[in-house]
Design a protein around this ligand. Structure first.
Ligand code: SF4
Length: 328
């Protein structure tokens, strides 16, 4: 059988000549896969920047890569509108996203695998997050292991098991913009990770302007992105969410109550909680009932211009817009 030149997500030679590969011959197929295929794996976060990057890559790089795969790792704690947005990108732009969730083996020493889900079957009540914390305990800013366990590991597992790709056998892109260039990683650059938005000179305003011109958008304010109650978010964002939607904290509250004593850290230090300064979900909700200045769109830009100097509530730990996957 000959693999023909064809579109993404299928085997193809990708060049102006056709290569004959016997599909039943594992050795020939392996050579084809490992030597000739030029592959790109995109982790789509479900945010606007990531969606913009993915669209441009599919439009502009499909001649460069033989195989471009778009993956979305669902933690079960995303806002429903984030899931709607991922689906809308599939429906409108043909992202053909593979929806993944972590499968946590409760047995010690057993790694995290993946399962493929769909928009319809994706977890909405923090199930993958709950399974992780039942085994490893509560993550927090001192031990932020949730993005690696719930995003990196299932993505790696999928790439390895389903696509048959080895580590470093494919290119990866991170959705870092020019205005957040300090989040670029030297280690990632050293192994050839690509930052296309930096190369294209894309800032936040470019992304927002581009989405303004589309026939759909992420119908969610920025402070609600990723896991809605992510402990990396600033207090101002968390308190604003707690004030208006305390129900969004229910998955994290249940996790604290049921899994607060799970994991080795709890065995040494006692019950663990999610938020900075050893605060629990209940502490955040109680604080949201006190007077504070709420988060509003544009506050980050005002701060950068020195127009907003009330800093204390705005300390965050990097989860400003995307929970960046690092699947090096
Ligand atoms: S968004 Fe925050 S809470 Fe969710 S996986 Fe990423 S770091 Fe963890």
């Amino acid at each position: 059988m000959t693999y023909e030149y064809c579109k993404r997500n299928t085997l193809r030679s990708g060049h102006n000549h056709t290569i004959s590969v016997d599909a039943d011959d594992d050795a020939q197929r392996h050579i084809f896969d490992s030597v000739l295929m030029k592959r790109l794996v995109i982790s789509f976060s479900g945010g606007r920047t990531s969606g913009y990057m993915t669209k441009r890559i599919l439009d502009e790089w499909s001649e460069i890569y033989d195989d471009i795969v778009v993956l979305f790792a669902n933690t079960g704690c995303e806002h429903e509108k984030t899931l709607d947005f991922v689906k809308a990108c599939d429906d409108n732009f043909g992202f053909n996203t593979v929806w993944l969730e972590a499968v946590v083996n409760p047995e010690q020493g057993k790694g995290i695998r993946h399962k493929v889900v769909t928009f319809e079957t994706a977890s909405r009540n923090g199930e993958p997050y709950f399974a992780l914390t039942a085994k490893e305990g509560i993550p927090n800013v001192s031990r932020p292991n949730c993005s690696s366990r719930l995003k990196n590991y299932p993505i790696r597992s999928y790439v390895r098991d389903f696509l048959g790709h080895k580590k470093h056998d494919y290119d990866q892109c991170y959705g870092i913009r020019v205005d957040e260039i300090d989040r670029m990683s030297e280690a990632a650059l050293a192994i050839g990770v690509k930052y296309p938005l930096v190369g294209w000179g894309i800032r936040k305003e470019h992304v927002l302007h581009w989405w303004d011109k589309q026939n759909f958008d992420l119908d969610l304010p920025e402070h609600m992105g990723n896991c809605v109650t992510c402990f990396k978010k600033s207090d101002r964002k968390l308190l604003t969410i707690a004030k208006h939607h305390p129900e969004y904290f229910e998955p994290f509250q249940r996790i604290e109550q049921e899994n607060g004593m799970a994991g080795t850290l709890a065995a040494k230090e006692g019950k663990q909680v999610f938020f900075r300064k050893h605060r629990s979900v209940s502490d955040i909700i109680a604080s949201s009932k006190q007077p504070f200045r709420e988060w509003f769109p544009g506050i980050e830009e005002m701060r950068q211009q020195g127009l907003f100097t009330d800093e204390e509530l705005d300390v965050s730990n990097g989860c400003v817009e995307s929970c960046e996957v690092d699947f090096i």
